[in-house]
Design a binder for this molecule. Structure first.
Ligand SMILES: Cc1cc2nc3c(=O)[nH]c(=O)nc-3n(C[C@H](O)[C@H](O)[C@H](O)COP(=O)(O)OP(=O)(O)OC[C@H]3O[C@@H](n4cnc5c(N)ncnc54)[C@H](O)[C@@H]3O)c2cc1C
Length: 501
């Protein structure tokens, strides 16, 4: 009789703290690789900053609204044996964004490079068209140069970066210390409107054009490579990843905050929740802002993790409106930007800790994609940049200031939303700070300002061999694709470390 020689291998237990995109991706990948994974999330939904609020038209997006760097997600799904298009309905946008200035200028930045050249030339003149093509090419070179040694490396090494720069010497002028994005764009575009438009991309990672290094010009290339809307909003991405993770055995525990990550000897060994229960773990992935660890919010033993985040400058915050309103006749697309009258003045106000009085409004009209004919109401998200709490302590007038500034901008641009803007429609920097502990309301971790910012961000590997960090507060940076990359880097580091053998 054949002898059963199979042995039961005890699966290693991984605790993931936080179900933001970084936590979800880590959980999916690790479960797919055979680990026993539990995710602990203080709120009651997957996605973290990928949030929605309810309305009678359905959920209104009040976080990110589009996907960029689609290959990151295609590869993720492929790596777990799935095809992203079987799980998500994605639509590539031909118009990256529609831009408006109060002097009546309207400009569509088109996805196709040649079409975009035509449109820039039509609106801003032949010289501007040629400048656009040069700018496009130089930012593409920057993106290609830094993709491997920075975005796809868990710990960017100066030597490796130098080697890539030597292969692309044309990008050296953009790397000069003290050359800000604002100055760089002045040298690239004669028209202040185009300087303003491309400077705004630094806000996508929480920086301002006059403090961010010129290198931030590469952020726009994430959009230049394509922008996709997702049916049901970006929260469909979070839910799809959560579902695939559950199919692979991941257990999600929602509605409980992790109050302590306990250590025994030199390793983390348990996560303890606000209901008093503790869960043993062979390794822990932390997806909250790393500054929470440095502040001791998860126990005194971890205060030395990411300790530089304790006092580092914070990235931008925002006031975010989400509401349904009667359909307006303005010619909106999915992504719309209504610029401030004075170029970049809002960033000077933010630096002084003020709510900008002349802000740029980003408006997402999410139903312009999926609208039913005859629909009379539709959903909108409006984002106004704002100082984090480290620059401005919240006070009770803030809601009224934000509301009147927003209504004033609506008037200037003839935006006739018939809506009563109420407190429940607004997420303020203080609300963000409450939702995402230790962030000070910053949406993108520590500030990306300064040429050394990349090197100063916490990395996925920590001084505790079985504790890893993932998310927008960690290298390679903020944004849904970057937080996803951080999770993939962390999982790779975890699997190659000796700790789980
Ligand atoms: C208004 C807005 C617009 C944005 N627009 C874009 C965009 O267009 N494109 C783009 O790419 N990015 C955009 N971003 C940024 C993007 O949303 C974030 O960078 C990204 O989602 C962050 O993911 P994360 O992995 O860091 O997790 P987070 O989203 O930060 O989530 C972390 C999770 O951890 C949980 N958590 C923390 N501590 C604990 C604890 N102790 N116990 C239990 N749970 C805990 C939190 O509740 C949260 O759910 C936007 C963000 C906002 C707010």
């Amino acid at each position: 009789m054949a002898k059963d020689i199979s042995i039961t291998v005890k699966r290693k237990k991984i605790a993931v703290v936080g179900a933001g995109i970084g936590g979800l991706v880590s959980a999916l990948k690790l479960a797919n690789d055979g680990f026993e994974v539990k995710v602990f999330e203080s709120s009651d939904y997957p996605g973290g900053k990928i949030r929605t609020i309810d309305s009678s038209c359905g959920p209104v997006n009040i976080g990110p609204t589009v996907l960029t760097m689609l290959t990151v997600f295609e590869n993720l799904f492929k790596e777990v044996g799935e095809n992203i298009f079987d799980h998500l309905e994605l639509k590539e946008q031909q118009i990256l964004a529609r831009h408006w200035w109060s002097d009546g200028t309207e400009f569509d930045l088109l996805a196709n490079k040649d079409d975009a050249f035509g449109e820039v030339t039509k609106v801003f003149g032949t010289n501007a068209g040629e400048q656009y093509i040069k700018f496009y090419n130089s930012t593409k070179e920057m993106f290609d140069c830094f993709e491997k040694p920075i975005m796809k490396s868990s710990s960017p090494a100066a030597l490796e970066i130098l080697r890539e720069i030597c292969k692309n010497p044309k990008i050296i002028p953009a790397l000069m210390p003290f050359l800000t994005l604002e100055k760089y764009l002045k040298s690239k575009f004669s028209d202040p409107k185009l300087q303003q438009l491309f400077g705004r991309y630094s806000t996508y990672v929480g920086g301002s054009p006059h403090n961010s290094p010129a290198l931030m010009a590469l952020v726009w290339q994430a959009e230049a490579r394509g922008v996709w809307t997702v049916k049901g909003g970006i929260s469909s991405v979070a839910r799809a990843i959560e579902k695939l993770a559950i199919d692979r055995g991941v257990e999600f525990i929602y509605g409980h905050k992790v109050t302590e990550i306990q250590k025994s000897d030199f390793l983390v060994s348990k996560v303890c929740l606000d209901d008093g229960t503790c869960h043993a773990a062979d390794a822990v992935i932390f997806n909250g802002d790393p500054r929470a660890l440095a502040l001791g919010l998860l126990g005194d033993d971890l205060r030395n993790i990411a300790d530089k985040t304790r006092n580092a400058n914070r990235s931008l915050s925002a006031n975010v409106w989400g509401f349904e309103a009667n359909t307006i006749d303005q010619n909106l697309v999915h992504h719309n930007v209504f610029f401030s009258d004075k170029v970049n003045s809002e960033f000077y106000d933010i630096e002084k800790g003020q709510i900008p009085l002349d802000p740029t409004l980003y408006i997402c009209a999410q139903d312009r994609e999926e609208a039913n004919k005859g629909q009379t109401t539709e959903r909108f998200e409006i984002i106004l940049n704002a100082p984090p709490l480290s620059k401005r302590k919240p006070n009770k007038e803030d809601f009224e200031i934000c509301k009147s500034v927003t209504l004033e901008r609506f008037k200037n641009f003839g935006l006739n939303f018939q809506v009563d803007l109420e407190r429940k429609n607004l997420t303020t920097p203080k609300d963000f700070s409450n939702l995402f502990p230790a962030t000070e309301g910053s949406l993108y971790g520590q500030s990306p300002d300064g040429i050394m910012a990349t090197f100063q961000r916490p990395k996925c590997v920590t001084s505790i061999a079985n504790l890893f960090l993932v998310g927008g507060g960690v290298h390679p940076g903020a944004g849904v694709p970057m937080a996803t990359l951080s999770a993939l880097l962390a999982v790779e580091e975890m699997k190659t470390s000796q700790i789980l053998i």
